[in-house]
Design a protein around this ligand. Structure first.
Ligand code: HEC
Length: 148
């Protein structure tokens, strides 16, 4: 093989490799954004159910968020920033704060599920508290715009 051909081959292999890496990262990013959208759909369903005092739906959707909250930290592997994402570097620079936010989400969602089960008339407070955990984490860890 000539020197130039070897160089071209190496370059092609390297590009494929890098391309695959970026593709894999976008996959991870898509998955976590889907997880977040599920949380958003559950939150909206909760708000609608509060209006109609549909405690069973509130409980079920709050439990869905208890489940998704457990998946947040693992959905943000270190370095998964190449692609269309709003994830800020603080997620990895301050990992304890990030995981505490996820824990707080789980706690707020379980408290809401408990309140729904008890048909607590003061359930609005728990719904509000849940929303505040979402926005608190977004304020610290989510950028205004997508990276690309
Ligand atoms: C532990 C931190 C954290 C918590 C808690 C959290 N989020 Fe997120 N959320 C993020 C980050 C970071 C992103 C940006 C992800 C990305 O673009 O890669 C995001 C993105 C989103 C998005 C946009 C997804 C997209 O397609 O770009 C929605 C919607 C969302 N979150 C809803 C919620 C809701 C609703 C809750 C509460 C029930 C919540 N999130 C709780 C960190 C959090």
């Amino acid at each position: 093989m000539t020197h130039k051909l070897l160089q071209a081959t190496l370059f092609a292999v390297l590009s494929l490799f890098i391309g695959a890496q970026v593709f894999a990262q976008q996959d991870v990013i898509d998955k976590r954004q889907k997880l977040m959208k599920e949380q958003s759909a559950a939150s909206k369903a909760i708000k609608a159910a509060v209006e109609t005092k549909d405690y069973a739906t509130i409980e079920a959707k709050a439990k869905d968020i208890v489940g998704t909250a457990d998946k947040i930290v693992e959905s943000f592997p270190k370095g998964s920033t190449k692609g269309k994402t709003k994830a800020k570097d603080d997620i990895w620079a301050k990992p304890d704060e990030f995981s505490n936010n996820a824990k707080n989400l789980k706690k707020a969602a379980s408290e809401l599920a408990d309140a729904a089960k008890a048909k607590d008339p003061g359930i609005d407070v728990k719904v509000k508290a849940l929303g505040e955990v979402c926005s608190g984490c977004h304020k610290a860890n989510r950028a205004e715009k997508y990276s690309e």
